[in-house]
Structure formats: C-alpha cells, structure tokens
Design a binder for this molecule. Structure first.
Ligand SMILES: [Zn+2]
Length: 396
C-alpha cells in the first residue's frame, strides 16, 4: 500500500470531512443492525439489504443524500468484508465496532479510472475525488500503475493521506532452494538464521525524551483544556512519525527477505492473541498484566506482526509458520533441549555440545529447520535427513 500526503484546499477539506462523516454514519448504521443479531435469529441484513436501507436513509436525510452514494455504499461493503473476517476462523479479526468522530476517519473510493490520478510536477500529483474535484498530493514516490481504488484517511494529528490499493505483485523466489528462519526479538526486531539482526527504527533518543515529557504534562493537564488538546496533538504527531518509520522498515525488510530466500519460516505466535490477552477478562483476569503489557508494547513497537504480514503479501505460499515451542531452549547444532543452555537474554551455550551462539540467532536456526519440539529433550518430528532444509550460516 503506497501512502501519500494529501494536500486539500480548505473547501476540499470540508468535502473530505463530509465523506468521512457519511462513511462513519453508514458504517455505524450497519454496526447497529448487526448488534441486534443473536445466534438463532434470522440473519442480520446482508450487504444488498443494507444498500436498500441506505437508499431509504438517503431519502430521509438530505444531509446524507447530498453526499456521494458511492462513498456510502463502499462503507457498507467494507463493513461486510470486516464482518466476514470476523467470522473467518482462519483470520480471526476483531468484531467490527463503532467508529468515533475524530478517530480513524476515512473513506474509500473504488472504480478509479486510469486518468483519475495524474502527475502535475516533480513533487506534486493529483487525484480526482467525488464532490471535491482534483485534490493535490505530494508525489513522494511513483504511484503504482493500475490502482483501482484508494482510501483517504485523516489521522489524529489532522494530516490527510491517500493510499492507492494495488495488490502488490508477488516477488518471485530466487530459486536457490534456501530457507531462512526468523525469530522475533525484543532488543532487536528480528534475528535471521543467517546471523543478521534487523532492527525496526524507533524514535530517536531526543524524541523519546520529548515524548516522556509530553506524557507527564498530559497527566497534569486539566481535562477539556486547550493545553491538554495541544499536548495530545504533539504526542499523536510523535507517534505517527514512529509508525511511519516502522512501516517503511517493514516494507524494505520484507522485500529484501522475499528476494533472497525461497522459503521463509517464522514462529506462529498468534501475536494478536498475545497482545489482546494481557488485560484478560473479568471472569479470567490476566496474570502479570503489567509485565505482559510492557512486553506486548515492545513486540508491537518492534514491528514484528507488520513484518510477517508484509512477507505473506510479497511471498505468498512461501511463508511457513512454525510452532515456536522450545525454539529458544533447543541447541541448533546438536538438537539437545535444555533451559539452562540459555545463558542469558543474549547468549545461548549448549550444555551438551558446547555450541555457542547469539540466543535469537540460535532460535532462528531452529525455526529455519522447522523443528517442532514437543517435549523436553525430544525432537517432535523425525524427518528424513535429505528433506532437511539447507541452513544458511553466517553468510552475511
Ligand atoms: Zn548442542
């Protein structure tokens, strides 16, 4: 997904805000209808039925009718897709929920014709938006040809962006038969079985300190005050910057890995569940909530989930998820499993054969080998030796 900074004029901005409002209204209408649905009742209205209701709602509310029907219908289609994802056992996305004004504002435009995105000058392009006309955007990189739809979003800091959706062409494997294992780290974002360490860029030390100062200031600011709003905006800006840098990193790292290796193995961490479970529920309160929340924050910040998603996009069918059990305790040289081999956070030294290695790299090598170790000391899968994937050792 290539995202560009959108530069609407004040009049255009008003039109864009209307679209956001309409899309939110339509989406929330669908959420409300679905919230009445319980198992056993006749099904909640599907997309077509909702479109009929949308037509009725437009007849009733001139405010809605003044907007773009296409934007509103697309919000329903997005909702239908989100609902399908919610019911998909493979995907397990969250339940589509209410959208609040001022948060995650955005709308989608589809059926974009080839002439509706064009370049004006070296650094400027423009895109045709219903009811707003040609809106300029910063041409920060080439717009991928063949964009069929785009999404316009307004972030918490008041910046508009346009993202053109093109399904990225999958990157062909190099055909070298090589497998790489990737271990999620906390100190480094990812360790490869080749010995390489990848680190997602975070905020610089200066910006981190500034963020901490702002957070303290926010805690002292009176609710509803202008000062509070200003501090919140400044915090949101810093966070947005951090997110941008992380996305950029995931893009580059995934492209590089997809080009260099035929098979990519990662831990199956169900990261989403991990990050969700920290707080627990009222019936089943989480344990070590504070510690877990800290770790989860680190994992989110490390960009791990993002990296895996982008790998799956770019190397479809070439990413395998491996059961992570014991990958950090197993010796990647001799296969012996012993918790004591993990000397420290950073060092692995096998208590059986003496093999020593960076602990994350050792885990990555186990992941590359695809070992699912099921019990202490045992190797769960006995594979024929000739099927063992070739490991790349310290080639970088
Ligand atoms: Zn060993």
């Amino acid at each position: 997904m290539s995202r560009y900074r959108l530069l609407p004029s004040p009049a255009q901005e008003a039109a864009l805000r209307d679209h956001c409002g309409h899309a939110r209204f339509t989406w929330n209408l669908a959420v409300e209808q679905h919230s009445h649905w319980r198992p056993g009742r006749t099904s909640a209205p599907g997309y077509l039925e909702q479109c009929r209701q949308l037509t009725a709602a437009r007849a009733e509310h001139p405010w809605l009718a003044a907007g773009s029907q296409m934007v509103q219908q697309q919000a329903l289609r997005d909702f239908a897709q989100a609902t399908a994802a919610f019911f998909d056992p493979e995907n397990r996305a969250g339940r589509p929920s209410w959208r609040k004004a001022g948060r995650n504002g955005g709308f989608r435009v589809v059926a974009v014709k080839p002439g509706e995105v064009r370049r004006l000058s070296r650094h400027t392009g423009e895109v045709r938006v219903p009811k707003a006309g040609w809106v300029r955007f910063r041409w920060s990189r080439p717009v991928p040809p063949g964009a069929k739809s785009y999404r316009i979003t307004l972030d918490r800091t008041g910046r508009w962006h346009v993202a053109f959706a093109v399904i990225p062409d999958p990157i062909a494997g190099p055909g070298n038969g090589q497998t790489v294992g990737i271990d999620r780290g906390v100190a480094v974002s990812a360790a490869l079985s080749t010995g390489e360490m990848l680190t997602a860029p975070g905020l610089s030390l200066g910006r981190r300190q500034r963020l901490r100062r702002l957070q303290r200031r926010l805690a002292r600011a009176r609710p509803g005050s202008n000062r509070r709003a200003r501090v919140k905006l400044a915090i949101a800006r810093l966070r947005a910057r951090e997110t941008d840098r992380r996305k950029d990193w995931a893009e580059k790292a995934s492209r590089d890995i997809a080009r260099r290796f035929d098979l990519i193995r990662v831990e199956d961490l169900q990261i989403r569940n991990m990050t969700r479970s920290a707080k627990g529920t009222r019936e089943n309160p989480g344990r070590n909530v504070r510690q877990k929340a800290g770790l989860n924050r680190e994992i989110m910040r490390s960009g791990w989930g993002l990296l895996v998603r982008r790998l799956e996009d770019k190397a479809p069918g070439r990413v395998e998820k491996i059961n992570p059990a014991f990958t950090s305790q197993r010796c990647s040289a001799c296969g012996y499993v012993d918790g004591k081999s993990r000397e420290s956070q950073a060092v692995f030294r096998c208590t059986a054969c003496g093999f020593a290695c960076n602990a994350d790299v050792n885990a990555a090598r186990n992941i590359a080998a695809g070992h699912a170790v099921t019990a202490r000391g045992g190797d769960g899968v006995a594979r024929p030796v000739n099927r063992e994937p070739q490991l790349l050792l310290q080639s970088a």
